[in-house]
Design a protein around this ligand. Structure first.
Ligand code: CO8
Length: 263
């Protein structure tokens, strides 16, 4: 598949999607969202891909938000359709069975922060800036920001960001728990790849079980959450990887995970 608004490449079981509209600071338009959805279809169909990285093309931006030129011409119904389309694509990142890392290289504003928040975790360049500036445009976040941000950093801090529309630095984002790691711009991708490779060395079945257990558990009480964990734990034993991992430890060797379920 060829893409115009994103770049999609895979190397050694690690896929990278680069948002590629640098002249518009990688703003999310309708076509980009469609292409992102198609790339996620490709990833879901490819059993060899174990980790996905998202980043932005150019020096300045991860994503500077939804494309304001498209938002400017929306009526209420079109706004709802666009919001639903963005939410659906962005939710797929959260639901993808493989881990997804956001490598935030610059501005991550509005839909850009919302995209990053749907990833499993965020590494950011020292130059990155986060924010939900929609309120300054007379609108509110519409790609999941009012829901994911409070769940991650708490309602009061999220409300302050949403009500003021202010940008925060990567270091501030790290302090409030939005970002896992802040790196010099030139080493961001190397740091993300290092972690991606560490994750890719684990078993795909147990990675999927771990992601599902954490994500599903966040939406329910702890008793139900522990039941979900129990099921996910049992799922690991539906793969030879559980036997391989535990046996490899006892035999003092490196595990060779196949990432497949038992036939
Ligand atoms: N949409 C479209 N174009 C954009 C966007 C955007 N979000 N951001 C930047 N651009 C364009 C600029 O218009 C400019 O284009 P041109 O060169 O043709 O004039 C180019 O990118 C470079 O931008 P600037 O000249 O403004 O660069 P600066 O370095 O001066 O400023 C900023 C960088 C601070 C990032 C500034 O561009 C900015 O404030 N951008 C807008 C940020 C913003 O408000 N984002 C939120 C958008 S709303 C949103 O994301 C809602 C998501 C949910 C939608 C729900 C569906 C209804």
């Amino acid at each position: 598949m060829t893409y115009e608004n994103i770049m999609f490449q895979t190397e050694d079981s690690i896929a990278t999607i680069t948002f590629n509209r640098p002249k518009a600071l990688n703003a999310l338009n309708n076509s980009l969202l469609t292409e992102l959805s198609q790339a996620l279809d490709e990833i879901s169909a490819n059993e060899d891909i174990k980790v996905l990285i998202l980043t932005g093309a150019g020096e300045k931006a991860f994503i500077a938000g939804a494309d304001i030129s498209e938002l400017a011409t929306c009526n209420s119904l079109q706004a709802k359709v666009f919001s639903k389309k963005g939410q659906a694509v962005i939710s797929r990142l959260q639901e993808l069975s493989i881990p997804v890392i956001a490598a935030v290289n610059g501005f991550a504003l509005g839909g850009g922060s919302e995209m990053a928040l749907a990833c499993d975790f965020i590494y950011a360049s020292e130059k990155a800036k986060f924010g939900l500036p929609e309120i300054t445009l007379g609108i509110i976040p519409g790609f999941g920001g009012t829901q994911r941000l409070p769940r991650l950093i708490g309602a009061a801090t999220a409300k302050e960001m949403i009500f003021t529309g202010k940008m925060i630095s990567a270091t501030e984002a790290r302090e409030i728990g939005m970002v896992n790691k802040v790196c010099p711009p030139e080493s961001l991708m190397a740091e993300v790849l290092k972690t991606a490779k560490e994750i890719a060395a684990r078993g795909k079945v147990s990675l999927r079980a771990a992601k599902q257990a954490v994500n599903s558990g966040l939406n329910v009480d702890i008793v139900r959450g522990c039941e979900i964990e129990c099921d996910a734990f049992a799922l690991c034993y539906a793969s030879p990887d559980a036997k391989e991992g535990t046996t490899a430890f006892l035999e003092k060797r490196k595990a060779d995970f196949k990432g497949k379920l038992l036939k």
